[in-house]
Design a protein around this ligand. Structure first.
Ligand code: USQ
Length: 385
């Protein structure tokens, strides 16, 4: 299949490109490197040294014998670039990761909030229009987020909710109560995509993904130039990735508030498999299909205790801090999110074992000298005043 990966220079986009290329697909990646700029603008770097996209593609060709085509451009602000790329590559499936991914970044100030929503919402709109312009049969696999739902006091369904009201029944998009302006941008995307399916008949799979952890994949391990960008700072790092790095440098684990916040989590390796399953089993014409993409529910304290325990076996003494929660989020809440559709398609989850945590610690230890302790404590508060 011809698969176009938008955001192909990122933490998930680059490993996905290699994974699908390795499995015989014709793969192209698009990126404008804006994530590297955002990182530089707030003074953070990934844990490992990340080569340019050109070098990565060249190295991949050398180690695998396979070609990944590149398109460099801005999908949000240059629709002509998007149309030209679609006309040139004629993708059968598009995997769309090309979004500002950080909740804290979106909550920093007016500019970062507006940048997040413009980049994310306009980028997705341009992709929808490019599909309509080039080949309306193209299947769009869009990365959404579990954070679109928030923490409702009822079970979370996979995208849709059957309701009965005053004796009548209907099926509606599940109500959203997102955690941040970033998560909200994905809600806007979902609404636009559901509309494109309903009105234009587009094929859309919205992958409502949980918090991803993991430092490498089978493909990134094949050469040090193929590594993916692992973040541990308080803006772009996700919680388990942060805790592992904190354990390695002896900083107390930064549990926000009580740590009873519960979320869905998944290993980066499962992200790649889920995307492959979605592409291999496309949505129907006119179908807005939603999969909840995570493999297990964990609280922050469960994660902190696990990291502490595994680190202790390595002789690393770890303490856990409960710091004032910089976010506005529920700490004690009900959480039960359905997530069976991807497993029905064949996903075999890689759960968070001690061996997985230990491997992350081992790799983080090899990069210990690059860890900047100044970017670990959270500096962005949800309440502006
Ligand atoms: N948290 C801590 N300590 C930390 C960092 C985070 O207690 O040092 C807590 C947060 O308060 C929150 C939870 O951990 O309750 C998750 O935070 P996170 O920063 O790991 O993840 P989040 O901001 O929700 O966003 C991440 C990705 C985003 C993706 C989302 C999936 O950055 O791209 O969409 O996970 S989900 O959370 O399911 O919405």
């Amino acid at each position: 299949m011809r698969i176009l990966i938008l955001g192909g220079d990122g933490y998930l986009g680059w490993p996905t490109a290699m994974y699908l290329s390795e499995r015989g697909h014709e793969v192209a990646v698009a990126d404008n490197m804006i994530k590297r700029f955002w990182e530089a603008s707030i003074g953070v770097e990934p844990l490992n040294h990340i080569r340019s996209l050109n070098v990565r593609v060249k190295r991949w060709r050398e180690v695998s014998g396979k070609e990944i085509k590149t398109y460099i451009g801005d999908i949000a602000h240059n629709h002509r670039f998007v149309y030209k790329m679609f006309e040139d590559f004629r993708p059968e499936a598009v995997v769309h990761y090309a979004e500002q991914p950080s909740a804290p970044y979106s909550m920093m100030n007016r500019t970062t909030c507006a940048d997040t929503q413009m980049n994310n919402v306009l980028g997705t709109l341009n992709v929808m229009f490019a599909i309509q312009h080039t080949d309306p049969d193209t299947h769009l696999v869009k990365l959404g987020t579990m954070g679109e739902y928030g923490t409702p006091n009822i079970d979370i369904e996979e995208g849709w909710l059957d309701v009965e009201h005053n004796g009548r029944k209907d099926r509606v998009l599940y109500p959203k109560k997102p955690h941040s302006f970033y998560h909200l941008s994905k809600v806007h995307d979902s609404n636009n995509l559901a509309f494109a399916s309903r009105v234009w008949g587009q094929r859309v799979t919205d992958l409502n993904q949980g918090v991803v952890y993991g430092i490498d994949t089978d493909e990134t391990r094949r050469h040090e130039d193929l590594q993916t960008s692992f973040h541990y700072d308080s803006v772009f790092g996700t919680v388990l990735n942060r805790f592992v790095t904190q354990a390695v440098v002896g900083v107390p684990l930064t549990v926000y508030g009580s740590g009873s916040q519960t979320r869905g989590y998944l290993n980066i390796r499962d992200t790649l498999r889920c995307v492959e399953l979605a592409a291999d089993n496309p949505a129907e014409r006119g179908e807005f299909r939603v999969f909840n993409q995570f493999t297990e529910q964990l609280s922050i304290m469960q994660i902190a205790e696990r990291v502490k325990g595994v680190a202790a076996v390595r002789g690393l003494a770890v303490t856990i801090d409960h710091i004032e929660n910089p976010r506005v989020e529920q700490e004690d809440h009900y959480y039960n999110a359905k997530h069976s559709k991807l497993q029905q398609l064949g996903l075999e989850p890689h759960l968070l074992t001690d061996a997985v945590i230990d491997h992350m610690l081992e790799v983080a230890l090899t990069h210990r000298d690059r860890i900047d302790p100044d970017v670990i404590q959270p500096a962005v508060k949800w309440k502006q005043r």
